[in-house]
Design a protein around this ligand. Sequence first.
Ligand code: HEM
Length: 384
Amino acid sequence: MGRQFEPVWAHFYILDSPAISTYGVAMADTFLGITNAVNVPAAHEITGHKSVREALRNTEKYSSDLQGDADVRDYRQLPLEVDPPRHHLYRTALTPYFVKPTIEKKSPEFRKNSAELISQVFGTDSEISRSLSLPLVMKNLGVIYNRPQDVAEWVSWGESVWTAAGDGRNGDVLHRHLDEIYEEAITNPKQDIWAEIARLEIGGKVISKEEFIGISSVMLAGGRDTVVKLITGAIWHFGRAPEDFEYLRQNPDRIDVAIQELLRFLTPNAAMVRSTVPESTAETLPEDRYVQISFISGNFDETVFENPYKLDIRRERIPHVSFGFGPHTCIGNHVSEIEAKVFIETLLESGLKWEITESSKIKFYPGAMAEVPEHFESLYLRLR
Ligand code: HEM
């Protein structure tokens, strides 16, 4: 029996915040873009590796049938905000675009993007998240969706699609873009993912515009700040622990494991919300229907991970829940893992050595997690 499980993160979750995130926990000053914020506080939080996995599987008790981000959108993000069995139809239709062999074929282009950005940014005084990680993640997405012409616009939105217009949360910029890509996909289809998505059949019927918007919205929002945190976090870690970088140079077969440990430790999406009452069929919607499921608590559960507060790329077993668990498990997991692997391999090949400078601003979690980055507000490096 492990040590009494202490939810050290509990005190920093803003459970009575006006906006609780279902895709990236709402924390007062790091409320990022890929959120499904709900406007009613979560009544309670589910923590611990076992309980989190059980809850994520139990879609009847903890439903994803909820309207998130009601302040910035009025449609369901799909397949995120629908329960089985209908969830399965969307998921099956989208899976072929995200399976490992499909994404692996893009590796040469990911490698070219990584090499270009590393040579442009390393050795300069540019901020890493904005000048390297975000452009890299967006360029790679442009490859996967075959939309290189959109990359500059996606980068201009910044880390979050909901703050693309400025400081406050607002969906106008994203929604104008989604209207345009739908219009183009219907009237003047190109050879890209949107032309195919607009023609997907769900239950024998071609999807509606609203369904297209729901799918493309999460396809553009879901893999932004999460993958950016993973790439920036890798640069941060190897900059302060060059011995780990050297270990990977000597043991390239351990890169995959190192990425799993980075995913665990950084937990780019800390929590999601579920509703105890499926919203689209309920007659009344009780205020206390939301429950927050804490992925980060699962990832730092001392009964599963020995010394969880240490980023240890030599761990043998890393059953993290950073991509969630159960039917809604992240569809972009291979995208994230393959992008990160190609990036780390390219960095190793570059022969560069660097350290993180004091001018970097990293927000760490409090208490026992004081060495775990919550958010890289800015990261700067200097070559060694
Ligand atoms: C390190 C990077 C990423 C992390 C940590 C992450 C995390 C997650 C998590 C925790 C979920 C489950 C949500 C839930 O249970 O309610 C999820 C779902 C999802 N993610 Fe990701 N994600 C990442 C990258 C991506 C990328 C690159 C894409 C697409 C390009 C993506 C698209 C999606 C979609 C569409 C869903 C909904 C799946 C469903 O409901 O069946 N994610 N993600």
